[in-house]
Design a protein around this ligand. Structure first.
Ligand code: 5GP
Ligand code: MN
Length: 295
C-alpha cells in the first residue's frame, strides 16, 4: 500500500544514487496510486522480486512483511540491508538501520542522506522528497511536523519543489466514484464514546464502481468530529481481507491497538490488515482499542 512518502523517498534516493553513478532498480509489490503518477521516474517502479543486487535499501516500512514480495529473504541472502524508516513500531531488521521515529516522514531522513552524499539536488529529486514530507504531514498539519520538517521543506522548495503541485495532484483530483464512496462512509459513520468509525464492504465499493484507491483520506474526515479522539475506517478487499486505517488526536496513541491487530504505524496514524470475516471486524478493532485502555 505505497503512499507519497514511500514512493517519494524511493524515487529521491534513486535520483541521488544515480547521480553518483550507481545502478538502481526500484521495486514495489503493490499498485502505485494514480495520484502519484506526476512524479518523475515513477513508472519505472515495478513489482519485481529482487535479484541478487549488491545492496538492498528498504524505505518507509516498519517490518519485512510491509514490503511483500519485494522483501525476499532467499534473494537477499547474506547481502547487506539498509533500512530507512520513521515508524514507532519499527523492527530494525536491516544490517544498517537509519530509523528516527521523531521524523515526520521517511523523506526527511532521505533528505539528510542526500545532503551527506553531497549530490546535486535536481527539481525532480526535490519534488519527490517534498511529496513525502507534504503527504505524511497531511500538508504540515500533523503534530509530527517539526521546525526541521519545515526547514527541509523550505530548502526543497528552493531546489525546485512545488507544494501547490503536490496538493493539487494528491488531494484535489479525486474520481467522481470516490466522492460517492466518501459520502457513503460519512453517512454510515457511528460514534461510540470517543471512537468514530465507518466500514465499507467490497460489494458496496463495486456498486459505486470504485477500485479502493482514493479511500485514503476518509479516516481523516471522520476524526474531524469534535467528540471523537480516535477514528478508524475499514475497507474490505477483493480477497476478503480488510484494510484498517486508524487515526488519533494528539494525546492518544493508536499504534498499540494496531500492533495488537497484527499491524503498526505511528501514535497518531496506524493501520493493519485484518483477516475475514468483515462482519466481526468492527468489534475486533473496538476490542483492541479497549484492551489498550484507550477511550
Ligand atoms: P494508512 O491508514 O494511511 O494506510 O496508514 C497509516 C500508518 O499505518 C502508516 O504509517 C502505515 O505504515 C501503517 N500501516 C497501515 N497498514 C498497515 C499494516 O497492515 N501493517 C503495518 N505494520 N502497518 C500498517
Ligand atoms: Mn512515511
Amino acid at each position: 500500500m505505497p503512499d507519497g512518502d514511500c514512493v517519494g523517498s524511493q524515487l529521491a534516493l534513486a535520483h541521488a544514487l544515480r547521480a553518483l553513478g550507481k545502478e538502481v532498480t526500484l521495486a514495489l509489490d503493490d499498485k502505485i496510486p494514480e495520484s502519484l503518477f506526476f512524479l518523475d521516474g515513477v513508472r519505472a517502479i515495478a513489482p519485481h522480486t529482487p535479484r541478487a543486487q549488491d545492496v538492498f535499501v528498504f524505505v518507509d516500512g516498519s517490518d519485512p512483511s510491509r514490503y511483500g514480495k519485494a522483501f525476499d529473504a532467499a534473494a537477499i541472502g547474506a547481502r547487506p540491508i539498509i533500512l530507512i524508516d520513521h515508524h514507532i513500531t519499527n523492527e530494525p531488521f536491516g544490517t544498517y538501520n537509519l530509523v528516527d521515529p521523531g521524523a515526520a516522514s521517511a523523506a526527511e531522513i532521505v533528505y539528510a542522506v542526500v545532503r551527506a552524499l553531497d549530490v546535486p539536488i535536481s527539481p525532480a529529486l526535490a519534488q519527490a522528497l517534498l511529496t513525502g514530507i507534504v503527504t505524511d504531514t497531511l500538508g504540515f498539519r500533523t503534530a509530527a511536523t517539526t521546525p526541521e520538517t519545515l526547514e527541509s521543506a523550505t530548502a526543497l522548495v528552493r531546489h525546485g519543489g512545488s507544494i501547490p503541485e503536490i496538493i493539487d495532484q494528491v488531494y484535489n483530483r479525486r474520481s467522481f466514484q470516490t466522492l460517492h464512496v466518501l459520502g457513503y462512509a460519512l453517512a454510515h459513520a457511528a460514534l461510540v464514546g470517543k471512537i468514530i468509525y465507518s466500514a465499507l464492504d467490497f460489494q458496496t465499493l463495486e456498486k459505486f464502481g470504485a477500485n479502493g484507491n482514493g479511500t485514503n483520506g476518509i479516516v481523516n474526515q471522520l476524526l474531524t468530529v469534535a467528540d471523537a479522539d480516535i477514528a478508524f475506517f475499514l475497507v474490505e478487499k477483493k480477497d476478503g481481507r480488510i484494510d484498517l486505517s486508524m487515526r488519533a488526536r494528539v494525546g492518544t496513541d493508536v499504534s498499540g491497538a494496531a500492533r495488537r491487530l497484527g499491524g503498526g504505524g505511528h501514535k497518531q496514524a496506524s493501520g493493519a490488515t485484518l483477516s475475514p470475516p468483515f462482519e466481526t471486524a468492527v468489534q475486533r478493532v473496538l476490542d483492541a482499542i479497549q484492551q489498550e485502555s484507550l477511550p
